[in-house]
Design a protein around this ligand. Structure first.
Ligand code: SAH
Length: 239
């Protein structure tokens, strides 16, 4: 006969196990942490991204929370993923590459055009003072705003990115994550002297070049082409 104390302990252990099983295999740890670590090591560091702050935010931002539920398991794969409405979340390496190239500092006010899933804004948030992000598709703007609610320095607006965000201008940094045929003049105008803007630019829907624009203290523009990229086109807003 089992003594009552041992029997109680056994019952307790069985019940605890059942609770853990019900909560799922990742209980007690982030089940995506290993995948995220491998993503940073194999896709991002291996390809030459070195900025420790960029690597740190890529390690801590939960990309799986920004993709649709049914493709969460693919969130850390080496490719862009569909997020609905014909749009995509960029490949992790491209997010890291653009973030590093933009050279964001903790004092910066940053504007992003093309909020999409909200992931890029979440990556920028810990690196900047404030992030302002504009999305033209109302449903995407609403869902990204919800996901970004826990990043108090991120502001989401539904609207046309071609116009920028004049009430908050000028910006230290501007990032476009949809491709215009040419960099919109309104965005160059909203860039601070000494500021930088990065954008995929091109008329073709399947190939553009990533362009880095620097505005010097005198307001002069210097433009450098970085790498070939593939982004969704930036759609002109109505009116
Ligand atoms: N940065 C996003 C990916 C962007 S995909 C992320 O991290 O998930 C490009 C996004 O730009 C799409 O959501 C698309 O709807 C949006 N977009 C396209 N044209 C736009 C415009 N004129 N103004 C604002 N957003 C636009």
């Amino acid at each position: 006969m089992t003594p009552p104390a041992a029997r109680f302990a056994l019952r307790f252990a069985v019940a605890a196990l059942a609770v853990c099983a019900a909560l799922g295999p990742g209980f007690g740890q982030d089940p995506y942490e290993k995948l995220r670590e491998a993503m940073v090591r194999d896709q991002i560091e291996a390809r030459g991204i070195k900025n420790p702050d960029v690597l740190r935010v890529m390690r801590m931002t939960p990309r799986h929370e920004f993709v649709p539920e049914e493709i969460r398991r693919s969130a850390y794969e080496d490719r862009p993923l569909p997020i609905g409405y014909g749009q995509t979340i960029s490949q992790p390496y491209i997010v890291a590459y653009m973030t590093e190239a933009l050279d964001v500092a903790k004092t910066h006010k940053v504007l992003e055009i093309g909020t999409g899933s909200g992931y890029q804004a979440a990556v920028l948030a810990p690196l900047a003072a404030q992030v302002f992000t504009i999305e033209i598709v109302p449903e995407l703007a609403a869902s990204a705003a919800k996901k970004l609610a826990r990043y108090p320095n991120v502001n989401v607006r539904q609207g046309d990115g071609y116009k920028g965000w004049p009430e908050e201008a000028p910006f230290d940094r501007i990032m476009l994550t949809a491709a215009p045929p040419e960099i919109p003049q309104a965005l160059i105008d909203q860039l601070k002297p000494g500021g930088k803007l990065i954008a995929p630019v091109g008329r073709s829907p399947w190939s553009q070049e990533l362009v880095l624009v620097e505005k010097n203290k005198e307001g002069k523009i210097r433009r450098r082409s970085l790498i070939p990229v593939m982004f969704v086109p930036m759609v002109p807003g109505k009116n």
